[in-house]
Design a binder for this molecule. Sequence first.
Ligand SMILES: Cc1ncc(COP(=O)(O)O)c(C=O)c1O
Length: 422
Amino acid sequence: MKTAAPALDLAAVRAQFPVLEARFGGKALVYLDSACTALKSRGVAATLAETTELWGGCGGKRSTHLFAQEVEGRYQEARRTVARFLNAERAEDVVLTSGTTEGVNLVARGFDFSGTRREVVVGAWEHNSVLLPFLEAQGRGVCVLKVCPVRSGRLDLDALDGLVGDKTALVALARSSNVLGGDLPAANVARLCRRRGAKLLLDEAQYLSSHREDVRATGADFVAFSAHKLGGPFGVGALWGEERALNALRPAKPGGGTVKEVVLEDGAPVPHWLDSPMRHEAGVPNIPGAVAFAKALELLGSWDPAAVRAHAEALVRRVVAGVSRVDGAEVVGDPEALAEGSLVALRFTDPALSIKDFNLYLNHELDGRFVAVRAGEHCAHLLHASLGLGETLRVSFFAYTTPEETDVFLSALESYVREVRS
Ligand SMILES: Cc1ncc(COP(=O)(O)O)c(C=O)c1O
């Protein structure tokens, strides 16, 4: 028998996010766009401000004065917090990046495709931040892209099995789609990749807001994610990898802080790269961002993971059930897969109804409030094209989202459909 999941103390969670009480043009915010970016807590904002104000001096191992040591200490402590969040063995296995996009680019540009394995397998549900770096690498002639299809709202694992072979260098997959939700059986996929001699990169941008990662259990080679989708600041994220995997990546973003030395060989400068993470962290780092990222992870870590997951699942099921009651609208994907994520995308089956109009309706036609959602193709153009979807409208949740907020959305959906048809 399934035991009841513990409940989140929603009032206490929401109290951490002052913007939930803000009004915009006199209207209250109903924020259902957390898959785009989660709201930032008071603690994250304060940490950013405080670190900028009090620790805004040179750090990053360049200068060695006492202040620099203090600043650097905070930056490295943030790295340790990210490592703990992932259950990584070593803090050095975490490269602090500007987000998922940079993490994936570091792999796509730095990966050694010089051997006999030149194929990269991605899913048809990939976000452009995974698809495009490998498409660009294919354009440069360094690799060949293979796309694993989506079937019934999930990545087609039988097709994946057929695609990963002795020519596969790398498999790069979202662990949870930003349109279809889902929870990829990542440990199984990692075993498949290992058996076939391919590396696995997981995009966990959408996964970690309501799931916990244990990189030792999952067995992937690389994991990329963004702070801002977890309530952390913009412009910071992490690429985790094992020491050997990270050091095998050519420094794809070379610059200050990445070399031990530059020597002259026959009069020509030759760089001697540092080991990871430094070889991948060029330039003066985003120290306030990293420290505030750690703060966000502490808050996320203070909530019971089972409660966070149960909360997201309940919200998804509530919205899926509500949409199914509306003639002319349908959810995109498989309800059970969606329930493993924290978002729902929908489309209209009646041509009289329009995603763009409904989005305007949500912003302008509700009394005293507006509902913030995402309309479009969600940077998942390949998925929309392969499923022939056109635009979809996505509602997405975080720990602070209430069932009542989803009900505001659902009743707006019903009234929009009614008004168009009246
Ligand atoms: C599944 C997925 N992967 C990657 C990204 C890219 O994240 P970022 O823009 O923070 O680099 C997103 C952002 O929406 C996403 O949803």
